[in-house]
Structure formats: C-alpha cells, structure tokens
Write a protein that binds this ligand. Structure first.
Ligand SMILES: [Zn+2]
Length: 405
C-alpha cells in the first residue's frame, strides 16, 4: 500500500515517468490484455463513466496479472460511488473541479465515503479537470458539465486557477482529462503552465495515441500519462510506448548525470580517499562523505573489523559525524556520497536522517538496499548511481582478490 502512496502522492523523481493503462470494465477484454512480465505499464487504472461494482472485474484482473507474473498496483478511477471495490490497491478520490455539478464535486464522494473509510484502499485525493478535447465525451454527458476551454487566454487562466485551487484545497494529484477518444490530447503548453503553478502529481489522459504525444506530455511536466481507449483498439502498441518511456528515461538520466557529474566526481574522489583509509586498515574498502552547501560536513569509512562492530559501516560513521558538525539530527540539505551502494541498514539510517540526495559508485546487487528496500529513503530524496563506478568497484575487487590469494 505504502508503495503506491509514495509513487503517486509525491512527485516522482526526474526520469520516473509513469504509464497507466486505463481499463473500463464495461469494455476491456482481459483475454487480450497485452501485459507481460517484461512489458507492462506502471499502474492499471480501473473505471468508466458508467457501470457499477468493479469487484468481479478487479478480481479477474488480479488473476490475469498473477498468471503473467506481474504485480501491478490497481488504482480505481471511478465514474461513480457504485464502482468502488475494497479489492483495489488505491483509489483516485476524484472531485470534478472543472464542473459545477455538486453531485460530482462532493455527492458521489459522500456516497462512497463510509465504504472507502472502512477499507484498506489507499486514498489519493485528486482534482479531476476536464479539458475540451474536441469531442463530446461520456464523462461530459454523465456529469452534465462542460469542459474547460484551452483555446482562449481566459480559458487557460481558468485551468491554471482551478489547479492552484486544487492544491490549496489539499488535493494530492491533478488529473487533466481530455476525455476518452478525444481528438486532441491536453496540449503540452497547458501541462507546462499547470506544472509551473503547482507542485502536485500531474496525471494526464485522453486522446494520446502515439509515443510522441506521450513523450510531449512527459517533457511538459506530466508525471503519469494514462492511455485507455488507444490500447483497447491497439493492444499491441503497449510495447512501443513502454520502449519509448525507457529511452526517454535513460536520456533524462544522461542529462542529469552530466549536469552533476563534475561535482559528483569531485566528492566521490574524496569518498574514495576514505575507502583507501579502510583498505589500509585491512577493512572492506568503502568510504563516504556527506556534503552540504559545497562543504564536507561528515566523512567516514568502514570500521567493522577495527571496532569489531557489524554496524560500523562508512555511511553510519559519516552520518554521525555530519550531525555532530551541524548540531541537529536531520540532514535534509545534504548529499551523501558513498563508494558502494548502501546496504539496507545504512539506507535506513540515511532515510531517518532525511538526507535528500544519495550518490553511490558501484552497485551491490547482492547486499544493496535496492534489492531489499528500494523505497527506504525520504520520499523526496533522489539517487544517482554509477559515479566513478569502475574505480569504486576495482578497489573492492582487489581487496577481495588479495583476501583469496
Ligand atoms: Zn551499510
């Protein structure tokens, strides 16, 4: 449950472009679901503008997903209170802020409140905003509301103001909807303006038919792109959308890497100096430095043998030193550089300290936190992997080789 919370309630990090597949229980053909273990969206949204209880559908969907060995979060995107099911992982608790129909602003929410409250379904308070996509959609018909008009300056301002209002009301996500089968998706210009004016998780759906349109939405600032109608017609296209996300994610990573690389390499060299100190003491050579505002505020290296203490890892030493330097237990503005991917224990300590950026050199698939506790850091923390990876790894390999010989 928490996993969904962290993914949707907090804005994903750079490169975390999420794809949601929207299934309407009244239309979707589960036998043609194009999901495989290797190629799948990040979430499945379930809902439609008409239709009732989604329990049988969600159960069948779960069964289908377990057959293909794919554990995806199932998130309700309900058209009415009747569509709620406690079988889902989360619910977009939608309020149709673009319209003035009280039934969809608050009425359906009141009708479903008690059942949702009694369930363990994660609730994601979401502002649902209809934007004119050039066709009359079933949502418009069912809710009796008009979408906001993005083609005039005044209309654009209303869209932005509605999104700002959503944030002020305490919503956690904004869903910009052009409507199922929209002629035109929500334009990148609108997405960009909304992104500039709010910090909420931004979900964009309706009328997206090509990977290019999807990428344009991401580039403009969308966190989650929702595709429903198109995959109903062309399930085979899921593969090319997924591949495109991977490509654009790796491009983003390259850009962010090169921006930070110079600084990161400089501090990683200092972490390597710490690792050398461990090596000189016949310890597993891992070193760490913690930096705040360009200054080192803590450093440490592995001392488990010297101190005969299994918890005496480099990161723990450096965190202790840094908190002593600053005189407080939290380090929210700090970046931690460590030569090897932190273990779950250190990652836990890094999480507790609220360190906001973690940079490591060599990955450690066997003992690293990513295998055991990938969400252990502060939800807003960012991670950069692979800085001076070869040097960090070589130091480790040489140490273990010398131990074996
Ligand atoms: Zn550790």
């Amino acid at each position: 449950m928490d996993e969904i919370n962290h993914n949707i309630l907090y804005r994903p990090n750079l490169g975390d472009k999420k794809l949601a597949l929207l299934l309407d229980p009244e239309k979707a053909d589960l036998s043609a679901l194009p999901i495989t273990e290797e190629c799948h969206p990040d979430y499945i949204f379930v809902g439609g503008s008409t239709g009732g209880d989604t329990t049988p559908f969600v159960r069948a969907l779960k069964e289908k997903l377990s057959i293909v060995n794919c554990q995806l979060s199932i998130i309700l995107f309900p058209g009415s209170a009747a569509q709620f099911t406690p079988e889902a992982d989360a619910i977009l608790y939608l309020s149709l802020l673009s319209g003035d129909n009280p039934e969809y602003l608050v009425g359906q929410q009141v009708k479903s409140a008690r059942r949702i409250h009694a369930s363990s379904v994660e609730v994601i308070p979401t502002a649902y905003i209809l934007i004119d996509g050039g066709v009359e959609t079933s949502t418009m018909r069912v809710t009796g509301t008009k979408p906001l008009n993005p083609s005039t300056a005044e209309g654009v301002q209303t869209i932005i103001d509605t999104c700002i209002a959503a944030e002020l009301m305490g919503k956690k996500a904004i869903y910009l909807e052009a409507g199922s089968g929209a002629k035109t998706p929500v334009s990148p210009d609108i997405i960009r303006e909304v992104r500039k004016n709010t910090s909420l998780t931004l979900i964009v759906g309706g009328g997206i038919r090509t990977p290019e349109a999807m990428n344009a939405a991401y580039s403009a600032g969308a966190d989650i792109v929702v595709i429903g109608n198109h995959f109903e017609l062309h399930p085979e296209d899921l593969k090319s959308f997924c591949r495109n996300i991977e490509i654009s994610k790796s491009r983003d990573l390259e850009i962010s890497k090169s921006q930070n690389l110079e600084t990161d390499e400089r501090f990683m060299r200092l972490a390597l100096c710490e690792a050398e100190k461990a090596l000189a003491a016949d310890e597993i050579p891992i070193g760490c430095v913690i930096v705040s505002q360009g200054q080192i505020i803590g450093r440490g290296h592995n001392l488990t043998e010297t101190l005969s203490d299994v918890t005496a890892h480099a990161e723990i030493q450096a965190i202790t030193a840094a908190t002593q330097t600053l005189g407080g237990k939290y380090l929210p503005d700090a970046t931690l550089y460590v030569t090897v991917e932190p273990c779950p224990m250190c990652a836990g300590a890094i999480g507790w300290s609220q360190i906001s950026r973690i940079v490591f050199g060599a990955p450690d698939p066997k003992r690293g936190y990513r295998t055991y506790a990938p969400r252990v850091f502060h939800p807003k923390a960012t991670v950069t992997a692979g800085v001076l990876e070869d040097e960090c790894r070589t130091l480790m390999q040489e140490f273990f080789k010398s131990k074996r010989s």
